[in-house]
Write a protein that binds this ligand. Structure first.
Ligand code: IPD
Ligand code: CA
Ligand code: CA
Ligand code: CA
Length: 256
């Protein structure tokens, strides 16, 4: 029931992305002029919440645009109605709906759907991860030197924060290919299915990584923070890899 509701909600959100894509819609800014929210983010969020509320009126919901709708349920739905809003607003079809479900503080289910590539990624705690119903696994690449990596940059950062440009520099100075897709959820899913060997980003929010990090773990990969501690979607820094290159990439992004 939980899984079918998750899939129904993800699909409903995906339909909204398709309806609005390349059309005329309202766009406004949030924390910075380029931190966007569109009419489609809000509409996708509304239909997703409606589907969840239909079956689970008492579950806790945490969603990017409306925030936290707290209850004392053991279940919490963590929703990104469009991950990759800047791509979406520019007609770049690298964006998705991302929904994670937590039970008693542990991520148990996740779905990421990019309707423009017709790709639905699903992860279930202890049961693996799939892409369009076929099991997926992380890559077997054993060295960072031959890896293909992906990252993302925050809209802004404080002087006191680790400088994302220094981290990027230490990787690209080694001549390692690094991509920037613009959707953290897709970045994580592409690590899960072996297209990328590793991903790191500073300052993600819970909705960016909730579903994707379970995807990587269930596909056999490893997800930690930059210091190598167990990852939680409520912290900022994420490092997700196929597992084999994890400590090597961690050292590199820490400037070691
Ligand atoms: C953003 C994307 C992007 C990442 C940003 C996120 P949004 O989410 O995941 O890849 O670099 O940090 O905020 O705003 O498009 O949902
Ligand atoms: Ca956003
Ligand atoms: Ca996001
Ligand atoms: Ca979003």
């Amino acid at each position: 029931m939980l899984k079918s509701t998750l899939l129904k909600a993800t699909e409903a959100g995906g339909k909204i992305l398709q309806q609005y894509f390349n059309g005329v819609f309202e766009v406004s800014s949030k924390s910075t002029v380029n931190d966007l929210v569109t009419e489609a983010d809000k509409k996708s969020e509304a239909v997703i919440i409606e589907v969840i509320r239909d079956t689970y009126p008492d579950h806790f919901i945490l969603s990017e645009e409306v925030g936290a709708m707290e209850t004392d349920s053991a279940y919490k739905w963590i929703i990104d109605p469009i991950d990759g809003t800047v791509n979406f607003a520019n007609g770049i079809p690298i964006c998705c709906v991302s929904i994670g479900v937590e039970k008693e503080g542990e991520m148990v289910l996740g779905a990421v759907y990019n309707p423009f590539m017709n790709e639905l990624f699903v992860a279930e705690k202890g049961k693996g991860a799939t892409l369009n119903d076929k099991p997926i696994h992380v890559s077997a690449k054993a060295s960072v030197a031959t890896s293909c990596l992906v990252t993302g940059f925050p809209y802004k950062w404080e002087e006191s924060d680790r400088n994302p440009l220094q981290v990027l520099t230490s990787v690209i100075q080694q001549g390692i290919p690094v991509r920037r897709l613009g959707s953290a959820a897709i970045d994580l899913c592409w690590v899960a299915c072996g297209r990328f060997d590793g991903f790191w980003e500073h300052h993600l929010q819970a909705w960016d990584s909730a579903a994707g990090y379970l995807m990587v773990e269930e596909a056999g990969g490893k997800v930690t923070d930059f210091s190598g501690d167990k990852y939680s979607p409520y912290q900022n820094d994420i490092l997700a890899t196929n597992g084999h290159i994890h400590s090597e990439l961690r050292n590199l992004i820490n400037g070691k």
